[in-house]
Design a protein around this ligand. Sequence first.
Ligand code: FHN
Length: 577
Amino acid sequence: MKHGFFAMLCGVLIASGTTPLSAQESAETPEQRAARMSWWHEARFGMFIHWGVYAVPAGKYGDKDTHGEWIMCTGKIPVAEYRQYAMRFNPVKYDPDAWVRLAKESGQRYMVITSKHHDGFALFDSKVTKWDMVDATPYGKDLLKPLADACRKHGIRLGFYYSQAQDWNHPGGAASRGHWDPAQDGSMDDYIRDIAVPQVREILSNYGPLAVLWWDTPKDMTPERAAPLNALLKLQPGIISNNRLGGGFRGDFDTPEQHIPARGPKDRDWETCMTLNGHWGYCAADQNWKSTEDLVRKLVDIASKNGNFLLNVGPTAEGLIPEPSVDRLRGVGAWLKANGESIYGTDREPRMPLPWGRITSKGERIFVHVFDWPSDGRLAVDVIENPVKGARLLAGTQAAVPFKQAGGVVELGLAPAAPDPIDTVIELSVEGPARILPFAIRANAGGSLSLRASEAEVHGKKAAYEHGNGKDNIGSWIEPTDWVSWDVIVAKPGPHRVEVEYAAPGGVAGSRFTVGMGKAEVAAVVQPTGSWTGFQTFAIGSIPVAEAGRAQVAVKVQSMPKSAVMNLKSVRLTPTP
Ligand code: FHN
């Protein structure tokens, strides 16, 4: 009865044409949402764990050793053959307490583990299948329960990943990825009803308080299929869910994967998930590990843009987290131990990247993260509007840092060598809450402004940034009232040549658009480029730029005779003599 009611509620939302909300969102105020998200906002950094039967082959099948957690699909392994691996999945070295202690030592404040990935194998004791840890392995015990206990013991929040739409071992679950074994034939609706819904109810009911539900690959997920799953979130009041359920449910945060957005969105929480090497699941042959320096700087970049970082480990079939992963996580943890104040709980405002580092803030403190230490000992910070009262190293000696402030620039006097070559953080105490100039694209040394789609502000209802499969552009531009802008910092006033890179199939070309800065603008007509990804660069004229400093470049539509405007990839303004 309870389940049916929630499904009806979500159904009503859907039927009314509104964007379905998560079970929580539909019934909370902004203040209630802020309270529900507050731990997640503060945490910034979490551990992703991809673990399952696929750790047994460890990436090797046939003549390839580069498979990962998708090995059953990429190897087109028959169901019966794949199930043999489970009989060798015996993680006798599994020590969940050690895993949680590693997360803590690494500075990761929450953990998300794959309770069931696309191979359909449940790491928990599920009553609706024998394809699970208890019934199909010599280990014979639930893996999630001891981890949940260890997380509670050490004060780490726990989340479950669940692959709700892809399941290559239960009939009907492989619908969207094609079939390679008749054993997979079946109805996706039956799979959702008989496996996904009861299993999500199990993981939300049997392991105590849960912090996150991490849906994945919402292939063929209609609103009707998604609604009953979304309704189950009510079983865990306060739970946070991501944007990958499908069916139009947006969840609480977006999930850029293996990349960091060029700029943080203003009105949406987000979390970059990323592997330490090139695989989510354990792949023995993949020793291409990211460096500790790279990982720290990624964490800082993400935090400066108001995001979270979910960094992945892929444990072995024995239950061990690979040593190279452990080393790197401990390295990040060591940096965070000294500099965590500049990451955890920082202001929820996406800051602009700086040429030599990043900037975060917390109340009346501004943290200047210096990646590239200046050789001349001088560093100019030109985005701070507050009067600065003091400056010091955040870590180590916490020595005072000499500074001057004039004309919107804070000039810091730095020692010859960087105290921390990875990222030296300088803490500025300022008058009043931190006021940092908003995101703007800086001109390069030659004065050119390269304006990428990923860094644009999109204004309107339909146009949006699209990437992947040959796209890195503003697309879905079907409303002529939608427009695109970039805040910029002009270095050299005077005429600037305007070049625009876009793609438009012949049947769409013909829209008239302008590129403008202030009152100056130049107009052009979209030319055919052959396809939506056939990008070409067109010089469309020149605009006069009256003065150096902050300005806005805007691309607006004057007319759209066909069904769309273009896929806009970039705009470039180059000073001309
Ligand atoms: O297909 C999965 C993949 O195996 C992995 O789980 C990632 C993690 O975000 N999610 C899907 C790919 O987007």
